[in-house]
Write a protein that binds this ligand. Structure first.
Ligand code: SF4
Length: 291
């Protein structure tokens, strides 16, 4: 039996009102129609990535038996598809060496991490909080470290900041299940202090292995600590946010951390501008792939 047209219209209006609430919370007052874009992006988000790179692996295990050497994750040659994507965004030629695609699964990596005690953050945590989401995601979000809610539930970005992040993703026309979300450090620092450089350096190779396994097209790095630990830059987030960066062949968009947006909602508008660039880039590559 067919659905009553009146019920369908009411359902659509309900969804639109809910979407408008998300946008309102982000400080967005005007937005282009997204029906076609959302369909393309959602379809592409669930498709396997076409990129593949040959890897030239080198053994270099500075951090112990179970950590994959960072240098093993980087290939010498750029993937063919990357060059055409970059032509859409001039001046963004990737720096070498590039990330090599890994044959590891996320499960392999998490198994390696296990009940990790490689840095001092293990002492105050309840559990290790691994990266979570779609293993074929085109878009990855990276933050600093778990907070109290994440430590309790074992998943990244599930507290208030995480709920805001979910709404930000939905405002981009995607679902949280389409993306993958993680942190540089996987254990909650005592008192929510910043992880030290040493703690970040010890934990970061796990994130790099996940990036090599997932090969996202874009990484949104959220907040100063994650920015500095991922890109190893000295500039602060306020200076570089909104400008595409290159992380060994993968585009990185720095923006504010959702926890900061909760403290200073006036920054939501700038964050939305940054996320629109990410959305537009993903749309452009999805269109190129379908032509
Ligand atoms: S923060 Fe990372 S390196 Fe440190 S104990 Fe936790 S999982 Fe291990």
């Amino acid at each position: 039996m067919g659905t009553n047209p009146k019920d369908e219209i009411l359902a659509l209006l309900g969804e639109s009102a809910e979407h408008a609430r998300y946008l309102g919370e982000l400080g967005v007052e005007t937005v282009a129609l997204t029906t076609e874009r959302t369909a393309v992006a959602a379809t592409a988000a669930l498709s396997p990535l076409a990129n593949d790179t040959s890897s030239e692996r080198k053994g270099n295990p500075p951090l112990g038996r179970q950590l994959a050497p960072e240098s093993a994750l980087f290939a010498r040659e750029p993937p063919a598809q990357l060059a055409s994507q970059d032509s859409l965004f001039t001046g963004l030629a990737p720096a070498k060496p590039l990330f090599a695609r890994s044959t590891e699964t996320l499960e392999n990596i998490w198994s390696d991490i296990g009940d990790c005690t490689r840095c001092g953050l293990c002492e105050g945590r309840t559990q290790v909080v691994n990266t979570h989401g779609n293993p074929k995601a085109r878009l990855m979000f990276v933050g600093e470290a778990p907070g109290a809610d994440e430590d309790a539930q074992g998943k990244p970005f599930v507290g208030r900041a995480g709920q805001l992040l979910t709404r930000m993703i939905e405002a981009m026309g995607m679902k949280r299940e389409d993306v993958i979300i993680g942190n540089v450090n996987r254990c909650r620092p005592p008192g929510n202090r910043q992880p030290t450089l040493e703690e970040a350096a010890i934990c970061r190779p796990f994130l790099f292995r996940e990036i090599a396994a997932v090969q996202p097209e874009i990484i949104v790095v959220m907040g100063n600590t994650a920015l500095r630990n991922l890109l190893e830059v000295r500039e602060g987030i306020t200076r570089v946010r909104g400008q595409f960066q290159d992380f060994r062949g993968i585009k990185v968009m720095p923006t504010f951390h959702p926890a900061y947006l909760l403290r200073d909602p006036s920054k939501k508008r700038e964050t939305w501008e940054d996320l629109k660039k990410v959305r537009d880039y993903l749309d452009s590559t999805a269109r190129s792939a379908s032509q």
